[in-house]
Design a protein around this ligand. Structure first.
Ligand code: DUC
Ligand code: ZN
Ligand code: ZN
Ligand code: ZN
Length: 486
């Protein structure tokens, strides 16, 4: 067999193994691994690491908030920035707002993504309006077109669903084998704290942190897991920001619940002292849930090291530090009127490589699992995506583990005017990124054509199918013999 391309002389790493091998590519897929492979096109990887291309599983691209603010990044700039950060696939959100249909929402996002993305993409569907039609017809239609994960909010007045609606969605997801993600914060606590602070005249960005108390996350994570356990549906708690929340997930997993947790770089690399920077600078560090304190950062690193977190995502939510984004309600808007979210899609992996692998906190295999394999397995893309094996798409990131660079906003290749990680010195960077065997980033330059990314029709989550927790009330033996859905 004649190969199209070979990646020669590198050290290959997967979520389980690290080994020296050449990797042979034909028709966009990995078809050979071995010694002394030959092809007309050669990528020299000597001294480098050959890793599965990253999969960014939580980012906001060309998405308008419920308040109508559009993210700065569209599918072109967002995917370009992701590619420079070592990613070959991403799964942004397609956000249903109240009054919109689900099919309408997915069609809208197809129109935004298909002509623009330079990496392969799918969507998590945000469900904000679970009408009967949505539950009965439109969610099953979404699964049929390869959208097999949802996100719901139990906070934010314009997005939040009630617990009984949450159960409806979980039951539909379970019936189809899909997975539900939840933004878990207690709405009442956030509104009440916000009112207290605003009434006392505390309007600066720093007050965003106390307005989202850790207890609000703790309560909501606990409640969401209880709801998922009742119907034995798989659940992902996204952007966990507190050790209390992480601990609840850890215990629920030990109890058999099908629950997974995600955390994000901002919670391990930043803290509320950043919100306290002079003037309105703190607004750059506002995200929800908020960055916390030094104790939290250390505790979350421990949870990452010991396996509580299955997912490591950027939560890239790009709102510029100008009147189109953070300051759209004026140059000294109160914190309640400042868009929540920060960019970081190009830094998710370099931050983890530098402070995780190079600093000795996690292994290279852990890094691969957190960068790609776990997301591929949980969100129905494995083994086509997320690993290096015969038959997989040739989505590969070649890393120089010794390259040191200082982070600047200009290097992010996004549409933003700042990075919250400005000035950090990081060691270990992707230098060449391939998507289905094509170079998309090489030698510091973009090589991909606009619109060359393809939609990923996703299957069911591979690691969510095992039997889980069984609520006794749903067992006929404990329920006077009655069968109760689901
Ligand atoms: N939730 C997110 O997932 N990202 C940004 C803000 C938010 O509330
Ligand atoms: Zn969000
Ligand atoms: Zn969220
Ligand atoms: Zn998010």
């Amino acid at each position: 067999m004649t190969l199209d391309l070979v990646i020669k002389g590198g050290t290959v790493a997967t979520a389980s193994d690290v080994f020296a091998a050449d990797v042979g590519v034909k028709d966009g897929r990995i078809v050979a691994m071995g010694e002394s492979l030959e092809a007309p096109d050669v990528v020299d990887a000597s001294g480098k690491l050959v890793l599965p291309g990253g999969i960014e599983a939580h980012c906001h691209i060309a998405q308008e908030s419920a308040a109508g603010i559009m993210t700065a990044d569209d599918y072109y700039t967002g995917s370009v920035s992701a590619a420079f950060g070592g990613n070959s696939s991403f799964v942004p959100f397609a956000a249903q707002h109240r009054g919109m249909g689900v099919t309408q929402t997915l069609d809208l996002y197809d129109g935004r993504a298909a002509p623009n993305s330079v990496i392969d993409y799918g969507y998590h569907l945000i469900v904000a309006d679970p009408t009967e039609t949505v539950l009965k017809d439109e969610l099953p239609a979404a699964f049929a077109r390869g959208v097999t994960s949802f996100k719901v909010f139990i906070t934010y007045p314009l997005m939040k669903i009630e617990d009984r609606q949450f159960l409806d969605i979980l039951a539909v997801a379970k019936a189809h084998g899909a997975v539900t993600m939840v933004h878990a914060e207690n709405n009442g606590m956030i509104e009440w704290m916000g009112e207290q602070l605003m009434n006392a005249g505390h309007t600066a960005p720093r007050y965003h942190a106390p307005s989202h108390p850790a207890l609000a996350e703790e309560e909501a994570i606990h409640r969401a897991i209880c709801l998922a356990k009742l119907v034995d549906a798989p659940l992902v708690i996204v952007h966990v920001s507190t050790p209390e929340g992480a601990e609840i997930v850890r215990r629920a997993r030990a109890d058999g619940a099908k629950v997974w947790a995600e955390t994000c770089p901002q919670y391990l690399f930043l803290d509320k002292s950043d919100l306290d920077r002079p003037g309105m600078e703190g607004a750059k560090f506002m995200c929800s849930p908020p960055v916390r304190d030094a104790r939290t950062r250390e505790a979350l690193w421990k949870h990452l090291q010991t396996g509580t977190f299955t997912l490591w995502s950027s939560d890239h939510a790009p709102y510029r530090f100008d009147e189109t984004g953070k300051l759209s309600n004026g140059p000294d808007a109160p914190f309640k009127k400042i868009a929540n979210g920060m960019p970081g899609i190009a830094l998710r992996l370099p931050l983890l490589f530098s402070e995780g692998v190079n600093a000795g906190r996690i292994t290279l295999q852990d890094f691969v699992a957190l960068s790609a394999t776990n997301a591929a397995r949980l969100y129905g893309m494995h083994p086509k995506k997320g690993t290096i094996c015969i038959g997989a798409d040739a989505d590969i990131a070649i890393w120089d583990p010794k390259l040191t660079r200082t982070v600047t906003a200009a290097d992010q290749h996004d549409a933003m005017d700042y990075t919250p990680f400005e000035g950090m010195s990081l060691t270990g960077w992707p230098v060449t990124v391939l998507s289905r065997g094509r170079r998309i980033v090489d030698g510091g330059e973009l090589k991909a054509e606009r619109g060359s990314g393809a939609f990923i029709s996703r299957g069911l989550p591979e690691i969510a199918g095992r039997p889980g927790y069984k609520a006794p009330e749903l067992d006929p033996a404990h329920n006077f013999g009655a069968e109760i859905a689901p």
